[in-house]
Design a protein around this ligand. Structure first.
Ligand SMILES: *Cc1c(COP(=O)(O)O)cnc(C)c1O
Length: 234
């Protein structure tokens, strides 16, 4: 067996194991199979590794660095694979041209200037960019994201902007030895989404929560998108 074949088999096996764990978490919480999507996070991964993941059936990808995003986008575009790109990382307003028009969801909108820049760029391209508002639900200073109490206003502003469609919330939990420790962070984010939905009368169906160390707990608390890097690629 060639090394390529081995690498392909490995990623297929790891991806299938993650999907099984997602399904089990959906079953435990009485949710429908298929209601949580695995987003493979590609930061630091090579184009061949990413292509292997897509060929193994994991074609929803997320990148967290704008420049790297565009380089990978271009390299993989040549391979004629079915890829749905998301952008999940910190984004400066002056970098929006690198992502708008190239991804189907921006997970990480956390201030008004960024929202305005995304809106303006989207309008200039005559497209609508779906976005999530990133919430700092744990209050950790090192984490990006809007404070939970400021999320309703930001979502309301976005809902009023041409070129953007607010789809839900994203959060990153603090690192924890035991994922049970961060369950309250995910539960609070899910609660916040329901509160904002009721307040604004705007459906917010997507919840982007959970990474390699905590995605099962996130799914149990309502995640519809789990962002997994290490468990898929390592
Ligand atoms: C890197 C990254 C992830 C994936 O983290 P893993 O622990 O490798 O699963 C998810 N979300 C964001 C925003 C990231 O930057």
């Amino acid at each position: 067996m060639s090394d390529n074949k081995t690498a392909q088999d490995d990623i297929e096996r790891r991806g299938r194991a993650i999907r099984e764990r997602i399904d089990a978490a959906l079953d435990r919480s009485g949710r429908a199979r298929g209601s949580a999507t695995l987003v493979g996070i590609t930061k630091g991964r090579s184009a061949p590794e990413i292509a292997a993941a897509v060929r193994a059936g994991f074609g929803v990808l997320g990148e967290s660095r704008p420049q790297e995003f565009r380089e990978k986008y271009s390299m993989l575009a040549d391979l004629d694979l079915a890829i749905e790109w998301h952008f999940v990382g910190r984004l400066q307003p002056n970098k929006v041209k690198l992502v708008v028009g190239y991804c189907s969801l921006v997970h990480s909108v956390d201030d008004l200037d960024l929202a305005r820049a995304l809106s303006e760029r989207s309008r200039s391209m005559d497209i609508v960019t779906p976005v999530l508002v990133q919430v700092n639900a744990s209050g950790e200073k090192s984490k990006s994201g809007v404070a939970p109490e400021d999320a309703p206003d930001l979502i309301e502003s976005i809902a009023g902007m041409d070129g953007l469609a607010a789809k839900g919330l994203m959060t990153m939990a603090p690192d924890a030895e035991d994922p049970e420790e961060v369950r309250p962070v995910f539960a609070a984010t899910a609660d916040l989404a329901r509160t904002v939905e009721a307040k604004l009368g705007l459906p917010l169906p997507e919840l982007s929560m959970g990474m390699t160390g905590d995605f099962e707990v996130a799914v149990e608390e309502g995640a519809t998108l789990v962002r997994v890097g290490r468990a898929l690629f390592e």
